[in-house]
Design a protein around this ligand. Structure first.
Ligand code: GRF
Length: 198
């Protein structure tokens, strides 16, 4: 059974595009595809990416994304089985967490629980890694709950940080890791869904 993925994004959308491309290639294309992108920012670059990819993109203000009467019928109309948050900056309300329990993941560019929580994103995280003299950093994929960056961790990959590194060099390597691993983790989740589980 081919599964449908929705990606929630608020900004650039390079992960969204990368996940969509991954699931357009064999053998992943037989298992799932990105059916919908949901965005809460009308000026986010992910919207142009979705257009280029030919993937439906719905841009909704926070109040509508967090309204069960709006978002659940939308997701159902695309038969969404799995949700991936990729640079999505809003908290997920409890009704969504329950509905997609075990089927909603987020990627975070640090080794959680380090450098997680409100306001911890992008360059700020990598700068903190450098400022604190950390010798490793990495990426985390976790299940989503109502709290920011706190759901169960399902995947981490670490890389060394050397004294030559800057926030920029770390960021570049972290982005490469995200591109390499996030689609594969989603794929594994897809393969783990039981028949009949939507
Ligand atoms: C990524 O670094 C991701 O880990 C974090 O937000 C960033 C999104 O980048 N959650 P993009 O919008 O996918 O380019």
């Amino acid at each position: 059974m081919k599964r449908n993925i929705a990606i929630f994004a608020s900004g650039n959308g390079s992960n969204a595009e990368n996940i969509a491309e991954y699931f357009r290639q064999s053998p992943a294309d037989a298992d799932a595809g990105v059916a919908l992108i949901v965005c809460n920012k009308p000026d986010a670059y992910v919207i142009s990416r979705a257009e280029r990819l030919g993937i439906p993109c719905r841009v909704l203000p926070k109040a509508q994304i967090n309204d069960p009467e709006v978002i659940l019928p939308l997701l159902d109309s695309y038969g969404i089985d799995i949700i991936a948050l990729a640079g999505y900056l809003l908290l997920i309300p409890e009704f969504m967490v329950r509905r997609y329990e075990g089927r909603m993941v987020n990627i975070h560019p640090s080794l959680l629980p380090k450098y997680g929580g409100k306001g911890m994103h992008g360059a700020r995280i990598h700068q903190a890694v450098i400022d604190n003299g950390d010798t490793e950093t990495g990426i985390t994929v976790h299940l989503v709950n109502e709290r920011c960056d706190e759901g169960s961790i399902i995947f981490q990959h670490s890389i060394p940080v050397t004294s030559d590194d800057t926030a920029e060099t770390v960021e570049t390597r972290i982005h490469a890791l995200e591109k390499e691993y996030f689609p594969r983790v989603i794929h594994k989740l897809v393969l783990g869904l039981k028949d009949g589980e939507q």
